[in-house]
Design a binder for this molecule. Structure first.
Ligand SMILES: Nc1ncnc2c1ncn2[C@@H]1O[C@H](COP(=O)(O)OP(=O)(O)OP(=O)(O)O)[C@@H](O)[C@H]1O
Ligand SMILES: [Mg+2]
Length: 266
């Protein structure tokens, strides 16, 4: 039993886009240094849930009920979320669409320096050096060239890895990662999962990781929640969910995991 104070508590959170109900009484808790994996159907509300926590929802989104607590303090003021004071070293996010979080008219290196400067690191050379090291760890063979590039000069998967590098450099207390490995090759996916796990082990970062791949999530997550049509239909320790799923939908997700057969590889 984990007795430490939760970093984040989401109690009965409900949210609608206009009249359309998207999240229904969502209940989740994340403790410091814990990895929560969220799986679920496409359009089920996973990205909406993560964006709610950053306060970056479109104007038509309305929180219709519930509360969100950061270290026991409510983040909701007059039905809107006020988490701007947390963004950066406390709370960071890797978005599902990497281009949404990169500025098109600034080089990657310059964006990383601006980001680190906002967190109090003013030594540009040191920022670029640590950025190059992190990029090299994410399979970029020429990190310097990446730092000198604009986002439009890189592929979607490269921009995705750049966003992951930025999150790794930030080392927040809670990192929200929305499908951080989708669209990447399997070896790179494994490498990114290892880096996310390392954030937890080296910096005690807590993570909420959204993925369609429940078996990949189970490799790093302490707990898994299954979100279907806006409702958490099942949650618990990752291995329990994987080995003894209670809900039919979760069983189907697990059965759908592709199994590699050795004879196909020979
Ligand atoms: N700005 C918006 N205005 C109105 N409806 C929206 C808006 N953004 C998302 N939605 C709707 O909210 C629902 C949940 O979308 P969301 O992107 O959170 O799903 P998701 O679980 O992340 O899906 P995926 O796995 O495909 O990424 C969908 O029905 C979507 O059409
Ligand atoms: Mg999504």
């Amino acid at each position: 039993m984990n007795k430490q104070q939760p970093l984040l508590q989401i109690n009965n959170l409900s949210l609608a886009y206009g009249a359309k109900e998207i999240l229904k009484a969502v209940q989740l808790t994340v403790c410091p240094g814990e990895i929560l994996g969220i799986v679920g159907s496409s359009g089920g509300g996973k990205s909406t849930l993560l964006k709610t926590l950053t306060g970056l929802l479109p104007a038509n989104a309305v929180i219709t009920g519930g509360e969100i607590l950061w270290q026991g303090h409510s983040l909701l003021i007059g039905g809107r979320l006020n988490s701007s004071g947390l963004l950066g070293r406390k709370l960071s996010m890797i978005f599902q669409d990497p281009t949404a979080s990169l500025y098109p008219l600034q080089t990657i290196g310059s964006q990383i320096c601006t980001m680190l400067q906002a967190q109090g690191q003013f030594d540009k050379a040191a920022s670029l050096q640590s950025a190059a090291q992190v990029l090299a760890g994410l399979d970029f063979s020429k990190p310097q060239a990446i730092l000198n590039s604009y986002p439009f000069q890189l592929s979607g998967g490269m921009n995705q890895r750049v966003c992951i590098a930025m999150a790794l450099l930030m080392k927040p207390e809670l990192l929200l990662a929305d499908e951080p490995t989708s669209g990447l090759d399997l070896l790179t996916q494994q490498k990114i999962l290892r880096h996310l796990l390392q954030l937890k082990t080296d910096h005690h970062t807590a993570l909420i990781v959204v993925s369609h791949n429940i078996s990949a999530l189970a490799q790093i997550a302490d707990t898994i929640a299954v979100l279907r049509q806006g409702e958490i239909i099942e949650s618990g320790p990752a291995q329990t969910i994987l080995n003894r799923p209670q809900h039919d939908y979760t069983r189907k997700l697990i059965e759908a995991i592709p199994h590699f057969r050795k004879e196909f590889l020979l």
